[in-house]
Design a protein around this ligand. Structure first.
Ligand SMILES: C[S@@+](CC[C@H](N)C(=O)[O-])C[C@H]1O[C@@H](n2cnc3c(N)ncnc32)[C@H](O)[C@@H]1O
Length: 245
């Protein structure tokens, strides 16, 4: 398996710093998802450290998760309420659970973490399998922007400079494959550390086509969790797919 295709890579590289400030406020996502959850249970793919799942569960909605990284699950377990969320440690593309859910969700661009050809399609088919009739699959993802990719390929992003270390970030895109590699590189007296990360990005219409092939219909698309209208200038989308009743 190529390094970037390993579902456990993200957690090994990023769990230690994942919950430091900088990740989005989950509150608008939690409001949105709670409105679709009914009595639950709901399923979060790539539940991570519970950024969204824990505040959703705190509203009394039963939440379950799938997560590839034991390191990320350990973070979740260390938080209030984190012990009572059932998590299956597995590759989310397989959705290896037996329940039936009114809502499954996959946020923070994480569909694109499935870098192996065909695995995003597998994921959508398996989501459709576990959705109740009339159930929803909510996806949050960025809208690919090739001008931004060009800029990112030209620049070295300086992440931090201290007396002990310098951290920079660089990107390389493969436009035909719709993948990228990002390296976060830390220089210290002791040496150099590489933290590779990769994604297979999709335009919203391509996600719609994968969903349709899995039997899911696009019900709504918004630019934000606050339901702002999606349009040509939108940088992100929240897409709601529905399994026909
Ligand atoms: C950006 S984090 C998002 C975590 C959480 N959903 C949130 O919004 O904070 C991406 C998560 O996806 C997990 N992940 C990546 N590939 C995965 C896979 N194939 N199956 C399950 N989890 C995966 C990572 O371990 C990490 O926890």
């Amino acid at each position: 398996m190529a390094k970037l295709d390993d579902p456990g890579l993200f957690g090994r590289q990023w769990a230690a710093a994942y919950d430091s400030p900088g990740n989005p406020d989950p509150a608008p996502a939690v409001d949105f998802l709670a409105g679709l959850a009914g009595a639950g249970p709901v399923l979060e793919l790539a539940i991570g450290s519970g950024r969204v799942a824990l505040p959703l569960a705190a509203r009394g909605i039963p939440v379950e998760g799938i997560e590839a990284s034991p390191e990320m699950v350990e973070l979740l377990r260390g938080k209030p309420g984190g012990d009572s969320v059932p998590v299956t440690v597995a590759d989310m593309a397989d959705v290896p659970v037996n329940g039936t859910y009114p809502l499954v969700y996959l946020v923070f661009n994480t569909l694109f973490n499935l870098t192996v050809t065909g695995r995003q399609e597998d994921c959508l088919h398996n989501v459709a399998r576990v959705l109740a009739p009339g159930g929803r699959f909510v996806v949050e993802a960025f809208v690919p922007d090739e001008a931004k990719f060009d800029q990112e390929e030209r620049e070295v992003q300086v992440r931090s400079v201290t007396e002990d270390a310098v951290t920079v970030r660089m990107h390389r895109y493969d436009r035909a494959a719709q993948t990228f590699v990002r390296q976060t590189i830390t220089f210290t007296d002791g040496g150099v550390r590489l933290q590779p990360f990769g994604m297979r990005y999709q335009w919203p219409e391509q996600i719609d086509a994968m969903a349709a092939a899995a039997g899911l219909e696009l019900e709504a698309r918004y630019a934000t969790w606050q339901r702002d209208e999606f349009g040509p200038e939108s940088t992100d989308h929240i897409s709601v797919y529905r399994k026909p009743s």
